[in-house]
Design a protein around this ligand. Structure first.
Ligand code: SAM
Length: 216
């Protein structure tokens, strides 16, 4: 009974918040209709998991609004062949979507307890093509580079140079850039070693804290 109502809420979320706002990637829409977002929330917020906004996940952090997850993921143009680096595991919801749509995912979180919880949950959901790291994601994961795609789910003052270095030639990075309180979603393509940027609209993220990010 509970499961049915979550399924219904999920279908409505995809129709009313995602498809209606222009997201057209059918693999992404199918993943969002299937992945149980309510499992990624603290139990007392599970029934709000399909609301049209971000929600707290503990440790002062948030799970992003469903549309923002969709917008960032679509901007990555995943075909299923890519090695993806995600910075900011958070609840692990975005990670689960990336794992459906790409070949493999390396995800980095600076808060140990969030990493542990996300790792346990993705294990329970049977997700296998993911490696978890705890640390400062602004430095990337040099030993696993290059990455075909990089997604940063926290706000950065600029593209962290180690992340651009670890992006493969022809690769795509999606990252919110700007100040601590307001940012612009930016898609960066690496072409001939240079960054080509498109601006995808305004957004608000928690800060990326680290050596090449904001200070704590
Ligand atoms: N995508 C996540 C989800 O689906 O739940 C939401 C991510 S939340 C908006 C941003 C996350 O980035 C937080 O969990 C925060 O702890 C993490 N973070 C901030 N700075 C970081 C850094 N330098 N390295 C790794 N993670 C970082």
């Amino acid at each position: 009974m509970v499961k049915e109502s979550h399924e219904l809420l999920r279908r409505r979320m995809v129709a009313n918040q995602i498809r209606s706002r222009g997201i057209r990637d059918e693999r992404l829409l199918a993943a969002m209709a299937d992945i149980p977002r309510h499992r990624f929330l603290p139990p007392h917020l599970a029934d709000r998991a399909y609301d049209d906004g971000p929600l707290p996940i503990g440790e002062g952090q948030t799970i992003s609004q469903p549309f923002i997850v969709a917008q960032m993921t679509e901007a990555l143009k995943l075909t299923g062949e890519e090695k993806v680096l995600e910075i900011g595991t958070g609840s692990g919801y975005q990670t689960a979507i990336l794992c459906r749509l790409a070949r493999e995912v390396v995800t980095v979180e600076r808060v140990f307890s969030l990493c542990v919880r996300a790792k346990e949950l993705l294990g329970e959901l049977g997700v296998e093509n993911v490696r978890f790291r705890v640390g400062d994601g602004t430095m990337g994961v040099p030993e696993a580079a290059p990455f075909d795609r990089i997604i940063v789910t926290a706000a950065a003052p600029e593209v962290p140079p180690p992340l651009f270095e670890q992006l493969a030639e022809g690769g795509i990075m999606v990252i919110p850039l700007g100040g601590r309180w307001e940012q612009e979603m930016v898609r960066v393509r690496k072409e001939g070693g240079m960054a080509k940027k498109d601006f995808l609209g305004g957004c608000r993220f928690v800060p990326l804290i680290g050596q090449c990010g904001f200070t704590d």
